[in-house]
Design a protein around this ligand. Structure first.
Ligand SMILES: [Zn+2]
Length: 158
């Protein structure tokens, strides 16, 4: 079937892992549930993990920063969708338990969202965690801090 190439840039960017086992589920979720038919993709092992700077991702962080900045500026990206997934090989380098791995992935999604909000004003960011439940993909929204939301205060109430 003939498919025309669109002339306009997409204004949504999706960042997820290269692992091909999860790509069809991610694409289906983005189209059917999130309603995005047309979007840019930054697909690398570990996905949003590349945005988070730590001793094991110095090189990845620099690459992600450059390429994502290019896309957001050149294509005037307004919405960014981050997806992390269960059993992600990228996270094996941290040698954590399965529970701690999920915690790190969630923290990375939150940190990536914060980095994107700091770098690009007015951008909308959302994040999801893909779990496998009875062999089926299950996308759970990850709570993110919005830029206007004050940091949780531990100060005692008057
Ligand atoms: Zn992965």
């Amino acid at each position: 079937m003939e498919q025309k190439v669109r002339e306009e840039f997409a204004h949504t960017l999706v960042i997820y892992c290269s692992d091909g086992r999860f790509a069809p589920a991610c694409e289906h979720f983005i189209r059917q549930t999130l309603g995005e038919e047309w979007y840019d993709r930054f697909i690398v092992p570990g996905g949003a993990a590349w945005l988070c700077l730590d001793v094991l991702t110095v090189w990845e962080h620099e690459m992600a920063r450059r390429h994502i900045s290019f896309l957001v500026d050149a294509h005037r990206i307004q919405r960014v969708i981050l997806i992390a997934h269960q059993s992600c090989g990228f996270y094996e380098r941290y040698r954590l338990s399965p529970e701690r791995t999920v915690q790190k992935q969630t923290a990375d999604l939150q940190a990536a969202a914060r980095i994107l909000h700091e770098r690009f004003t007015g951008i909308a960011v959302e994040a999801y965690y893909l779990r496998i439940v009875d062999g089926q993909p299950c996308f759970e929204p990850v709570t993110l801090q919005t830029p206007d939301e004050p940091l949780p205060s531990s100060a005692p109430r008057a």
